[in-house]
Design a protein around this ligand. Structure first.
Ligand SMILES: NC(=O)c1ccc[n+]([C@@H]2O[C@H](COP(=O)([O-])OP(=O)(O)OC[C@H]3O[C@@H](n4cnc5c(N)ncnc54)[C@H](O)[C@@H]3O)[C@@H](O)[C@H]2O)c1
Length: 412
C-alpha cells in the first residue's frame, strides 16, 4: 500500500467536520492534515479529530512532499482557484460543491485533469440520493422507456444560512457568500436529474425571483455578483431529447425534504414524490400499474414511524433524513464505515469512498471532472439566462470522460 492517500483539508468550518472522520477511517488513507485561514479553527478542528498535521496555509500544503491530495471545504464561491492551484501542484482533488463559479475555471480544471491524469472528484450528494438511484436504475434497465420530462429542486430558505455566513464571512458576509446567485450553486438539483438521466444540458432558459427582503442582501450593488435573485428555475433541453425543470430556491416557505426529484417521466413509466410518499407507475397495455416504493426510498429509520401520528410533520422538519435507505447499496462501502455517522440522506460515505477509490486505483470517480462540469455548467448559464429574462442560451460542454479509462460504478 505505498500509494496511500495523504489528504490536506482546506477549510475547517462546519461541513468538513462530518468528513474528516470518514476520510481518516478509509482503508486507502494514510494520513490527514488540516488548514484554515482562521488559526483557532484549524487548531480546534485538529484537536477534535485527533489530527496532528496542522498547516499554516493552503500554499504550505501545496509545497508539502507528504500530501498527495487536497480536499476543498472552503466557502462555496472559493473552490475553483483552489482546485486549479492544487492540480497544478500535482495533488489529487476532492471538492465540496460547487466545482467553480465560472465557465473558464471549469474548463481549466477539466483540462488540467486531462493533462495530468490526476483524480478530481466533486462531492455531490444528489448523485446518491435514494430518488436518484431509483430513477437511474429504472431508466438504465429500460423499464421506464426513454426519458421525456423531469423536475428536481433544492429548496433551502435563507433563514437557515444567516448564522453560517456571518461566522465565516466577517463584516462583509452579505456581499460575499450570502449574495451568491442560487444557480452558481446548482448541483443539488442538476446532480439528481442528470445522474438519473445519464444525459447533459444542451440549452437552458431560466427565470429568477427578484428578492426584496429587508435583509438587503440581494440586488444591484448589494453583493459581489450584483445578484438580484434568491430563486431561479430553469428549463433544460437535454442531449437525449428530454426536458428537465430544475429549481434552486433560497427564499421559500419550506424546510424539508430539501433536495428531491418530484417528477421523473419516461415513455413507459414514471416516478413521483410528495414529502415521504414515493410512487412508481408503469404502463401495462392500455392500463397502468401503481407501486408504492416508499419503503425502498425512505430511510430505514423514517419508515419505522410511517403510521405514527405526526409522521409527515416530522418529515417536513427533516427528521430521520440523514441515514441510509434500503435502495442504497451499503455493501460497496468499506467495513470501517459501519456505525459511523453519515449525513444528507446517507450520501457522505459514498462521496468519500468514490474519491479514495479513484485516487488510489487510478479509475475515474463517478463524479469526475467531466461529469462535475456537466452538473455545474447549466447553472452558470441559467443565471445568465435569468438576467436576460429567460433567453434560451446554449450550454457549453467539455465532452465525455476519456473512453479508455475505467470508471467506478456508483451503484455496485
Ligand atoms: N450538501 C452539500 O453538499 C453541502 C452541505 C453543506 C456545505 N457544503 C459545502 O461545503 C463547503 C464548506 O461549507 P461550510 O458550511 O463548512 O463553510 P464554512 O464557512 O463554515 O467554512 C469554510 C471555512 O473555509 C475557510 N477558508 C476559506 N478560504 C480558505 C483558504 N484559502 N485557506 C484555508 N481556509 C480557508 C474559512 O475560514 C472557513 O473556516 C461549502 O462550499 C459548501 O457549499 C455542501
Amino acid at each position: 500500500m505505498n500509494n496511500l492517500l495523504h489528504i490536506g483539508f482546506v477549510g475547517c468550518g462546519s461541513f468538513v467536520q462530518h468528513f474528516i472522520p470518514l476520510f481518516k477511517a478509509h482503508p486507502y488513507v494514510g494520513s490527514v492534515a488540516v488548514t484554515d485561514l482562521i488559526p483557532e479553527r484549524r487548531i480546534e478542528t485538529a484537536k477534535k479529530h485527533g489530527v496532528t498535521d496542522i498547516y499554516d496555509s493552503f500554499e504550505d500544503m501545496l509545497k508539502s512532499k507528504k500530501l498527495n491530495c487536497i480536499a476543498i471545504f472552503t466557502q462555496r464561491h472559493l473552490h475553483g482557484p483552489l482546485a486549479i492551484a492544487a492540480l497544478k501542484a500535482g495533488k489529487h482533488v476532492y471538492s465540496a460543491v460547487p466545482m467553480a463559479t465560472s465557465v473558464e475555471e471549469i474548463a481549466q480544471i477539466v483540462e488540467l485533469v486531462k493533462q495530468t491524469g490526476l483524480t478530481y472528484s466533486m462531492g455531490e450528494t444528489g448523485h446518491y440520493r435514494p430518488c436518484s438511484i431509483f430513477c437511474r436504475t429504472k431508466l438504465k434497465s429500460g423499464e421506464m422507456g426513454e426519458f421525456v420530462y423531469g423536475e428536481s429542486q433544492y429548496n433551502h430558505d435563507m433563514r437557515h444560512f444567516y448564522a453560517s455566513y456571518q461566522r465565516s464571512g466577517g463584516p462583509d458576509w452579505k456581499r460575499t457568500a450570502a449574495g451568491i446567485p442560487p444557480m452558481l450553486y446548482p448541483t443539488h438539483s442538476t446532480g439528481m436529474m442528470l445522474s438519473s438521466t445519464g444525459s447533459y444540458a444542451r440549452k437552458v432558459a431560466a427565470f429568477g425571483y427578484r428578492d426584496h427582503h429587508e435583509d438587503g442582501i440581494f440586488g444591484e450593488g448589494k453583493n459581489d455578483w450584483d445578484n438580484p435573485f434568491t430563486n431561479t428555475s430553469a428549463m433544460l433541453y437535454l442531449a437525449n431529447g428530454g426536458i428537465a425543470r430544475i429549481s434552486e430556491n433560497r427564499r421559500i416557505g419550506w424546510y424539508g425534504p430539501q433536495s428531491y426529484i418530484t417528477n421523473f417521466c419516461g415513455t413507459a413509466g414514471s416516478y413521483e414524490c410528495s414529502i415521504a410518499q414515493h410512487s412508481y407507475v408503469r404502463l401495462s397495455g392500455m392500463d397502468a400499474v401503481y407501486e408504492d416504493v416508499s419503503g425502498l426510498l425512505n430511510p430505514f429509520e423514517m419508515q419505522k414511524h410511517v403510521s405514527e401520528e405526526g409522521f409527515a410533520n416530522a418529515v417536513v422538519n427533516n427528521k430521520w433524513s440523514s441515514t441510509f435507505a434500503p435502495i442504497q447499496n451499503t455493501k460497496r462501502l468499506p467495513e470501517e464505515f459501519i456505525g459511523m455517522p453519515d449525513g444528507h440522506g446517507g450520501t457522505h460515505k459514498y462521496m468519500c469512498d468514490d474519491f479514495c477509490k479513484a485516487a488510489y486505483t487510478g479509475k475515474l470517480s463517478p463524479t469526475n471532472a467531466w461529469i462535475a462540469a456537466r452538473y455545474n455548467l447549466p447553472g452558470l448559464i441559467a443565471h445568465q439566462s435569468a438576467l436576460k429574462d429567460g433567453e434560451s442560451i446554449d450550454v457549453p460542454d467539455f465532452g465525455d470522460p476519456p473512453a479508455g479509462q475505467d470508471m467506478l460504478d456508483s451503484d455496485k
